[in-house]
Design a protein around this ligand. Sequence first.
Ligand SMILES: [Fe+2]
Length: 272
Amino acid sequence: MSWSESPTKEHAMRLIQITDSHLGPDSEELLLGLNTDDSLIDVLQLIAAEQTAVDALVCTGDIASNPHSGSYARFLDRVRDYFTAPLGWLPGNHDSAELMANLEHPHLPEPRLMNLGNWQLVLLDSSVPGEIYGELEESELAFLERVLKAGSERHTMIALHHQPIPVGSEWIDEYLLRNARDFFGVIDQHSQVKAVTWGHVHQSFHQQRNGVQLYATPATCVQFKPNSQRFAVDTVMPGYRWFDLHPDGTLESGVSRVNGKIYRIDYQSAGY
Ligand SMILES: [Fe+2]
């Protein structure tokens, strides 16, 4: 465990973020030699072992390596094997927003506005069909604006797939959120926005911008090396991020990773 108990813990909502599971059409799928179903299960087991009370979960995209309804159904099955808390999800560049929206499954995810105590979690779709980079369509920005205006008294966290600021690795920062200026333009008008969190970069990251906490979260599969000019696989383990969302609008967060496992990953790969 990498965090300390806070005095207001009993009133905080604990949100768990998992991201970039890259599941294949069947459970044999390998990504750079790693079975992505196995590493997702390892991370889910880690969460179940470490977290006694999960109030909600969010998955920030690249659920599938290639869009296939079976991958999405399997993802939901796996999460539900361990958790009954509400789950939100949103598409990444490897996903099909359409397949996700039309999936038939007994345990479908929550709508893209989730209420968590005094907080709300807004899920945005930054995927652009056929592209690796991200962009928020006009309708997404309008949705965000609407939600922030309607819930001006609610502390807000925004989740999306793509990084809205560079994380320091040239190759992946080519594929960030292209209209981040418009995105921050909306956020800057609404002081109840406390945090933004994303996936895509397969690494842990934290920065602050105008009092808003900005986070990236490790993938549940292979990790990318931070501060690398070219594509490089990191040897750190898959993991997840936790958030404690306090009623007063403050929050705490940390990352935890699988330990005691050896994965057969091709660490020399030049791309994925
Ligand atoms: Fe990814």
